[in-house]
Design a protein around this ligand. Structure first.
Ligand code: HEC
Length: 127
């Protein structure tokens, strides 16, 4: 019972955070992409975003089949469309990054990072 209360409290806090910085997927989709002139690489630009936001879950245990410490898994998620789908919170994708594995609630990466990842994918996912 105590556990249930803790979970419910957690969910309502996350729900409150979620509504306070709400962006619709339409906004995200229509925003023109502003890619930097410099070439983006996984090691210099992208890896740290995954390390900070995703590898808590998607690590060597391969939650949902992904270890985002590794380029090959990031490429796999990107090629299936699931990487952008999940981080842009596009309808019908599991929104990521989650707060906890068992919660459906997720936060959203800063738009700057989402754009960076998209630019990197569009420029051929250089290592
Ligand atoms: C707190 C844990 C957690 C964090 C942090 C997290 N994920 Fe996930 N992720 C999961 C779980 C659990 C699943 C499995 C979803 C399910 O089947 O319910 C998943 C599934 C996925 C999937 C597969 C979705 C599908 O439809 O097959 C992708 C892609 C993904 N996550 C990307 C990311 C990315 C990118 C980040 C960081 C920006 C991230 N995740 C952060 C827990 C997490």
């Amino acid at each position: 019972m105590k556990k249930l209360i803790v979970i419910l409290a957690a969910i309502s806090i996350f729900a409150a955070c979620k509504t306070s910085k709400k962006t619709t997927s339409e906004d995200t989709l229509q925003k023109p992409l502003n890619c930097p002139d410099k070439e983006l690489t996984f090691n210099d630009d992208i890896k740290q975003i995954f390390k900070k936001n995703c590898t808590k879950c998607h690590n060597k245990n391969e939650k949902a089949g992904y270890n985002f410490h590794k380029l090959e898994f990031v490429k796999k998620a990107a090629k299936s469309g699931k990487l952008l789908g999940t981080i842009k919170h596009i309808k019908d994708y599991e929104p990521m990054p989650r707060y906890a594995p068992f919660l459906k609630y997720a936060s959203k990466l800063d738009q700057e990072y989402i754009d960076k990842i998209e630019c990197w994918i569009n420029s051929g996912m250089k290592e």
